[in-house]
Design a protein around this ligand. Structure first.
Ligand code: HAX
Length: 439
């Protein structure tokens, strides 16, 4: 069955479960909120629902119930590759079903019809100063493309109907995931390759085509596939996914919603950490390793210098995870296989040996282990993508998959506009003195 039909069937089967939970069990308590959580970024408050991925603090992410190795193992592979296509993963993320090769080919063919980015979007980005951050360019590109939104057109048609609204979100979602790598490649070529643009190769899958469009060779095709899949989804409380969900909950269309998600991803505590990691590592090399090999002692000193100057160690720590991020491990395994002797990989591996101990001694972070961003830049650097301010854009291409799958389901299940309640500081002080709010 084609993807949209399968999704329709899944939504129809699933919807009664959500309706029943709200109608029959709506008042059942699943959590309570402390003052700490209220001021401290709602950490651990269970008030979002998604079935697309789940993040266990010890185990890490599962996509549709499968760990990263299980996900890579179960999906049909790109021709001649150990990695699945992004198209196969998209089918899996949306439906929870492992697609057949025929179903993957249908997604591939569908994306081919969607991937052209309108010329006016390129013109708008070209009008920006060339030293604009590439994340600003990507976000503006997605906002500019809002004109293409099928969901917005449906809303404006006067025929808006909640039960079929998800179909228009789905259409926009597919357009966005098919177009965003083309937009990202355009930005890369504009900023760093003297505007030497490369046309789409219609014979290639999404990851391979991205590699082709930024002038990369055969090996980078798997890098792109792996990278986009690994960065796709991390349940729905992280800043980019939550922002996309929040903005779309006001029935803002997927273009507005994902542009907002990208703006959140651009923050150094979130997606920009991959840029910061490379920045930190290269500066470390320049400062300490001009005339000597990196040592554990030098790394320890540099880490303490960073902490003592009040900055965070980028790529380490996590709001939910309490162990090494399996997305880090997956990329580390890729490095061990494909670039074991790369000097930067060796340095990052040495930082991994030292940083958790330093952070533990520092005593602040709840999780001294590396996250996805500690390893990702090394791979890009190795293959010649050395412009590290572009790394968050790569993250943004991958994250589109998770965010778009999530809002398609949000609409399909009719989730409400998000509107948590705020309180004032005097209220908190009163409840603190009384030992809690009287319910
Ligand atoms: N280096 C130094 N201090 C750190 C730290 C790190 N890597 N990680 C956490 N801390 C500090 C926090 O700043 C906080 O200090 P204050 O009490 O002074 O505010 C304290 O330890 C407690 O923080 P936490 O509860 O362990 O962590 P949070 O949930 O508040 O924050 C962050 C999670 C990921 C933002 C945090 O660990 C961090 O800043 N890490 C470095 C940046 C980074 O790698 N971000 C990417 C995370 C993954 C991701 O989203 N990718 O997109």
């Amino acid at each position: 069955m084609a993807l949209k039909e399968t999704l329709k069937q899944k939504l129809e089967e699933f919807r009664p479960r959500t309706t029943r939970l709200v109608k029959e069990f709506g008042k059942v308590k699943i959590d309570e909120v402390t003052i700490d959580q209220c001021i401290g970024g709602a950490r651990d408050v269970r008030c979002l629902v998604t079935d697309i991925s789940y993040l266990d603090p010890q185990e890490g992410i599962r996509f549709r119930g499968k760990t990263i190795p299980e996900t890579f193992a179960c999906l049909p592979k790109a021709a001649g590759s150990d990695y699945p296509t992004v198209e196969a993963f998209w089918y899996f993320l949306l439906t929870g079903d492992v697609p057949t090769q025929e179903q993957v080919d249908a997604v591939l063919a569908d994306w081919k019809t969607r991937q052209a980015v309108p010329q006016y979007v390129f013109d708008i980005i070209r009008a920006m100063p060339l030293d604009s951050h590439p994340m600003a360019m990507l976000s503006i590109g997605i906002t500019a493309m809002q004109r293409e939104s099928k969901f917005a057109a449906f809303y404006e048609s006067g025929k808006f109907n909640k039960t079929v609204a998800w179909e228009y979100v789905y259409e926009d979602a597919c357009d966005i995931v098919a177009r965003i790598p083309v937009l990202a490649a355009f930005i890369y070529n504009l900023k760093y390759r003297g505007d030497k643009q490369i046309a789409i190769d219609p014979a290639l899958d999404m990851g391979a085509n991205f590699a082709h469009m930024i002038g990369q060779g055969e090996e980078y095709k798997d890098v792109a596939r792996m990278y986009f899949i690994l960065h796709s989804d991390h349940e729905s409380g992280n800043v980019s996914a939550h922002t996309t969900h929040l903005v779309h909950s006001a029935l803002s269309d997927p273009y507005y919603a994902y542009a907002a998600g990208l703006d959140g991803l651009a923050g150094p505590l979130h997606g920009r950490a991959n840029q910061e990691v490379l920045d930190w590592t290269i500066k470390f090399q320049e400062k300490y390793c001009k005339d000597q090999e990196p040592t554990r002692e030098l790394i320890t000193r540099a880490l303490w210098d960073t902490l003592n100057s009040g900055q965070v160690i980028p790529g380490y720590g996590h709001a939910v995870l309490r162990k090494t991020d399996p997305r880090y491990t997956s990329q580390r395994e890729f490095c061990q296989k494909h670039l074991p002797n790369d000097p930067l990989f060796k340095l990052v591996a040495m930082i991994f040996e030292v940083a958790p101990g330093v952070l533990t001694e520092h005593g602040k972070t709840k999780n001294p282990w590396p996250n996805v961003d500690a390893q990702s830049g090394v791979i890009q650097w190795h293959y010649g993508v050395k412009e590290w301010d572009f790394y968050t854009v790569l993250f943004g291409v991958g994250r589109a998959l998770g965010c778009m799958a999530n809002i398609t389901w949000d609409r399909g299940l009719g989730y409400a506009i998000e509107r948590p309640k705020s309180v004032t500081t005097p209220m908190l002080e009163k409840w603190a003195a009384e030992g809690g709010r009287k319910m």
